[in-house]
Design a protein around this ligand. Sequence first.
Ligand code: ZN
Length: 86
Amino acid sequence: MTEVASEVSSKFGAWLRGVREDNGYSVRGMAKVLGVTPSYLSKVERGDFTPLTIEKLVIVSQTFNIPIPTLLEKAGRCEHCGGFKH
Ligand SMILES: [Zn+2]
């Protein structure tokens, strides 16, 4: 992972944890909604993994009522094609 990607991952993870806590979800509860394991979600929140896939971002958008463009921005993705910023 490049330094830039890892910085995006850390920021996205911290932000996602805030969204989860603000909505009263446990790691386990949110992981279930997203269809991932709790350990995977914990790693995303710690910035150990790159931000969630587009499919998971869509679920986050629908579950927490967050606009897709906001999520893509937070996840360091292009708002036009969904790929990593280029
Ligand atoms: Zn693009």
